[in-house]
Design a protein around this ligand. Sequence first.
Ligand code: UD1
Ligand code: MG
Length: 484
Amino acid sequence: MSNNDLAIVILAAGKGTRLKSSLAKVLHRAGGRTLVEHIVRSCEPLKARETVVVVGHQAEQVAAVVEPLGALTVLQQPQNGTGHAMQVAKRSLSRAKFAVVLPGDAPLVHTETLKALIAAHHNGDAAATILSAVLADPSGYGRVVRKSETAVSAIMEESQLSADQRDINEINSAIYCFTLEKLWPALAQVKPNNKHREVYLTDAIAVLSSKGETVRAQVAPDSREVLGCNTRADLAEVDRVFREWKRNSLMDAGVTIQLPETVLIDPDVVAGEDTILEPGVQLLGKTRIGARCTIRTGSVLTDAMLGDDVIIEPHCVVAQSRLDGRVIIGPFARLRPDNHLKAGARIGNFVELKNSTIGEGTKAMHLSYLGDTKIGTKSNIGAGTITCNYDGFHKYPTSIGNKVFIGSDTALVAPVRVGNGAYIAAGSTITENVPSDGLGIARGRQVNKPGWAAKIRRELAATEKPKKKTAKKSKRRKATKKRK
Ligand code: UD1
Ligand code: MG
């Protein structure tokens, strides 16, 4: 079978009633992607002549996910069952001889398993080859009814099972390879003989078998690959499997993960050798982490880029930012998008950064907000420094040079520049540029009044004492009166 004879059909028009959701089932996420995106991606290496996604519920949103990945969409309206969905796809499959058909809600299948299914179909010269799996608990799935060790006679949906078929634990994954010239006439004979009055693709199997066509079932090597997502519990289970596989692949690549089941990693994340992930870490989006980094407990990194030997102390939040080698941040640091922390920079507790560049070896260790700010090398930003970058209408930049010392509790009212080697006195509100090597001081002068506090205390004591005594005396008088 050449790839030019092969089409992929993904059935993704259903609503997913059992999820009880306003979002179409295939747009739900597991393992960091929508269900349907996982499936299109797994099929990509098969290099089929076309990939057709049957859409219906929230068709536009589903198309917006799959079309950028190179898939075509065809609209099924109304959704009269999986067999009907396949009939709708027919008009887009003009020249393909074979089709791999997949449901949009079983996203764990591996490309290698699909390749093996196609090979089995080819070698068995079959009209249909079903990917099946043996499950300890087959409930909810259609069952594969075999007439011999190699041949299948039917797929029975759970609602259609007879008493003796209930023990069958080989299930239909709803992933098949069909020879299309055999499928179309069989599908035309399928009647909507079920309580939903739908045309089931599964019923085409019995028609093919009764016509004497070869129908085979190929058992998946890992039964988890065929798990479908009909309920929220299914979604959680599929997500768990994706996350486990991702963690295992990073551990295989030399990453240490402590209490792995507590660590959540998206599919595109990469991390270098000897990096350590502590419990409760989340690495999301396109995060890339170098070698020998430590990401400590409770930190969440989204689209972050870390060099080598970076330390993220506990409970940091980092989004769309670049941290070069040997940077240390946190605990409790928040990096909003578009920061660049250069080698050896240090950001401490309760420091928030937004769209800022922190030069090599520069430190901002405590309780600061630095937004739209560029800082040179080896500067020190004192505790409580705030850049006032927003006047309620526009944002303005702050520029701080090399080897600058910003005293604690400084407000830098942007736009403003502080030259190389300059000092800012603690507690200043800086509204004008500070020249290189100068001192910027902008605060009220202190006045000391000797003896002021003692004098006040004396005055207060003099006015308060007599009052207290009279109050006590009158109370005592009342008490003696009562006793009498
Ligand atoms: C289906 C199979 C069942 C199998 C199970 C595996 C049928 C009748 N049953 O059941 O044998 O064990 O998958 O997970 O096929 N869809 C459409 N148009 C429709 C109806 C459904 O595109 O009119 C799509 C859905 O969006 C979904 C897929 O087909 O992605 C499967 O439909 P679903 O309702 O999930 O079928 P199951 O009950 O899981
Ligand atoms: Mg399903």
